[in-house]
Design a protein around this ligand. Structure first.
Ligand SMILES: Nc1ncnc2c1ncn2[C@@H]1O[C@H](COP(=O)(O)OP(=O)(O)OP(=O)(O)O)[C@@H](O)[C@H]1O
Ligand SMILES: [Mg+2]
Length: 332
């Protein structure tokens, strides 16, 4: 395995065990995040992006359950296996190695504590520093993320800030322990276009400064095109295409990626279109089609094969694609 891999996910399966049946939200995800890079995760609503991301730090609540797979974090002092890890180890890894930012900051910020006290607590959980030092770090981080008058805002409660400022505060908190990986789940979807652009620029600056990797989950192929080094395209709980962003966007191989790109004619401009314009619907979660799960919507379907044979992900140059079109190419 390449030395610069920071996080490796292999055959991750996270299912929701409901009374009416099992929802295989994440059903065999394979992914790698390299040090310092931005990996964009794209795909239609419900394809398992958030459940995959939350599985990494085991933030999926019951009835969700990790059924199998491996998630390996390659720290400087050696690899750590996260599936099955002791909760105390996961708490140490959270913030310090891997931090998360969600679409709705109110869901991750405490309403009854000031922004500053939450950052101070996160810093002191991981570093042996006094309150005054941690408070100075909090003010410095609020300043870095572009919050005006940070000496005053550090004592604000989340509800006293605007949506854009709360998102910045959330990023300040996430970065206060200098994580090696930031997982950002739709961090700008709820913001206006101008604030969205500012936040993406800010993340890029902080990434350069701290050398961290970013896993950027987004509906918006325009955002992915702007920020990503690599891309993973998810459909129904699996990654169907993975590779360098310019290749995936410039010459998509999987029929699903092609359909996604066709549904976004204004790629390159800031667009807020949700990825729902592909023919047919995402099948209901309990009823996953047999064979390739995309076959009922696919315009390149191979009759008699795609309905029954599950495609494996195959290397195609720098890329990996799970589609029988290419298995045939390889076998012929
Ligand atoms: N608490 C839950 N109980 C049951 N099913 C769930 C639960 N949370 C998620 N799911 C199911 O898991 C699947 C994946 O959901 P997930 O939230 O990961 O999608 P997503 O790709 O993040 O979508 P979006 O782009 O809308 O955020 C969906 O079918 C969803 O219905
Ligand atoms: Mg989501």
């Amino acid at each position: 395995m390449a030395a610069d891999v920071l996080l490796e996910i292999e055959d991750l399966r996270t299912h929701f065990l409901l009374d009416d049946g099992v929802v295989p939200a994440v059903d065999g995800v394979d992914l790698r995040v390299h040090r310092g890079e931005t990996l964009a995760i794209v795909g239609e609503s419900g394809c398992g992006k958030s459940v995959m991301a939350r599985s990494i730090l085991r933030l999926v609540d019951p009835p969700g359950q990790i059924m199998g797979g491996r998630i390996t974090l390659h720290r400087d002092d050696g690899p750590v296996e996260l599936v099955g890890a002791d909760p105390r180890l996961l708490r140490r890894i959270r913030w310090q190695d891997i931090a998360m930012v969600f679409q709705e900051p109110m869901a991750s910020l405490s309403l009854v504590h000031t922004i500053g006290s939450q950052i101070v607590e996160a810093v002191r959980l991981h570093e042996n520093v006094g309150k005054a030092v941690a408070r100075r770090r909090a003010i410095d981080m609020l300043d870095r993320v572009g919050i005006p008058m940070p000496q005053r805002r550090v004592d604000s409660y989340p509800f006293e800030l605007s949506g854009g400022m709360r998102q910045r505060a959330m990023i300040a908190m996430a970065l206060s322990c200098r994580p090696a990986l930031l997982i950002a789940d739709e961090p700008t979807t709820a913001l206006d276009v101008t604030t969205q652009a500012q936040i993406l620029e800010l993340l890029a600056d902080l990434q350069d400064e701290f050398g961290m990797a970013i896993m950027m989950i987004t509906h918006d192929l325009g955002v992915a095109a702007q920020v990503a080094d690599r891309m993973a395209v998810m459909y129904l709980g699996r990654v169907v295409e993975y590779g360098p962003a310019e290749q995936v966007l410039g010459a998509p191989r999987h029929p699903y990626t092609r359909a996604l790109l066709r549904s976004m004619p204004r790629l390159g401009r800031a667009s807020r279109t949700r990825l729902t314009a592909i023919s047919g619907m995402v099948p209901p979660p309990y009823a996953r089609p047999d064979g390739c799960t995309f076959h009922p919507r696919c315009d390149s379907v191979l009759a008699g094969r795609c309905e029954t044979v599950t495609p494996h992900r195959l290397p195609l140059g720098d890329r990996e694609v799970a589609c029988l079109l290419y298995e045939q190419e390889e076998n012929s």
